[in-house]
Design a protein around this ligand. Structure first.
Ligand code: SF4
Length: 260
C-alpha cells in the first residue's frame, strides 16, 4: 500500500466536538489508510486536497508534546477523521507517544478497527477512566475487500475485544455501518456479548457515505439499496433491528438511525 505522508504541526491537541458521548476530540492523523469506501470523514478532502481517500495521511508530529500541557474537562474521543491505529501507526508510534504523555486521569474513549491497539495495552491500563471500542460489522471477505480494503478482518476485531476484556480494560463494540441484508446485528451481538461491556449502534448514513458507495450498493445489493432509499421500508427495518437490539440483554449506550 503506497501512502503519501504529509508532516504537519498543530496549535492545539484537543478540539470541541458534538460527537455523542464526547466533549473533545483528538485527531493526530487526518486521513486513513483503511480507505473505507463509505467513510464519513471523506469530506476532509475539501481542506486536504492530496488525492483519493486512503492514499494519504497528515501526521501531526507535535501532538505528543502538546498533550503534556493541555488539560480538558469531559470525555476525549480518539479519533473522528482517521483511525488512531491505522497501519502507519505501527511504524510512527504517534498514538502510542500521545498516550504515554497524556494525563492519565483524562476521560478517554478510543475507537478503532484495528487489533494493533493491543500493542499499547500496558499504557491503556494506566488510564483511570478509559474505554476502547472496536468497530465491528461482520463483513465477509468479499464485502470487506470492497468496503474496508485495508482494515483488519472481522475475527481479529472480535479477538481484540476479547483480549481487552481479559486485560481488564473497559471495552465496547461499535456496530456500524448497519446495512440491510449485509449486516447481521443479532449474530454480532451473539459473538461478542460475553466479553463486551457495552454497545453503540449506527445504521448506515446514506448521505455521508458518498456517491461512489451508493452506486456500488445499488449495483451489487439492489435489495439493500431499495430498503435504504425507501423511507417506509427503512423505518420498518430500523424498528425490527431496534427490537433485536433492545431484547438482547446487552448494555446499549446509543442507537444512531439517521432517520429524518
Ligand atoms: S477506519 Fe474509520 S476513519 Fe478510517 S477510513 Fe474507515 S471509516 Fe474512515
Amino acid at each position: 500500500m503506497k501512502t503519501l505522508i504529509i508532516k504537519a504541526r498543530a496549535k492545539k491537541a484537543f478540539t470541541k466536538t458534538k460527537i455523542p458521548g464526547a466533549a473533545w476530540v483528538i485527531n493526530q492523523y487526518v486521513g486513513c489508510q483503511h480507505a473505507c469506501m463509505y467513510c464519513y470523514a471523506k469530506f476532509m478532502r475539501k481542506w486536504y486536497d492530496y488525492g483519493e481517500w486512503g492514499t494519504w495521511v497528515v501526521v501531526k508530529e507535535n501532538l505528543p508534546e502538546l498533550v503534556k500541557d493541555e488539560r480538558v474537562e469531559g470525555r476525549i474521543y480518539m479519533s473522528s477523521v482517521s483511525d488512531a491505529y491505522q497501519p502507519v501507526e505501527k511504524e510512527l508510534k504517534l498514538t502510542r507517544r500521545i498516550l504515554e504523555n497524556m494525563d492519565k486521569s483524562a476521560e478517554l474513549s478510543i475507537l478503532t478497527k484495528s487489533n494493533l491497539v493491543l500493542r499499547d495495552v500496558n499504557i491503556l491500563k494506566k488510564f483511570e477512566n478509559i474505554e476502547v471500542g472496536l468497530t465491528v460489522n461482520g463483513f465477509d471477505r468479499r464485502i470487506r475487500e470492497e468496503f474496508e480494503p485495508h482494515a483488519p478482518e472481522h475475527k481479529k476485531r472480535i479477538d481484540a475485544l476479547k483480549a481487552l476484556h481479559d486485560f481488564g480494560i473497559k471495552n465496547y463494540a461499535f456496530i456500524s455501518p448497519i446495512i440491510p441484508i449485509i449486516v447481521d446485528v443479532e449474530e454480532i451481538i451473539h459473538e461478542t456479548k460475553d466479553h463486551t461491556d457495552f454497545y453503540w449502534f449506527e445504521f448506515l448514513n446514506m448521505r455521508a457515505s458518498g456517491k461512489e458507495f451508493r452506486y456500488w450498493l445499488a449495483q451489487n445489493y439492489p435489495e439493500s439499496f431499495k430498503i435504504l432509499s425507501d423511507e417506509d421500508k427503512y423505518r420498518e427495518y430500523v424498528r425490527n433491528e431496534r427490537k433485536i437490539i433492545l431484547n438482547s440483554g446487552i448494555k446499549v449506550k446509543g442507537v444512531e438511525t439517521h432517520c429524518k
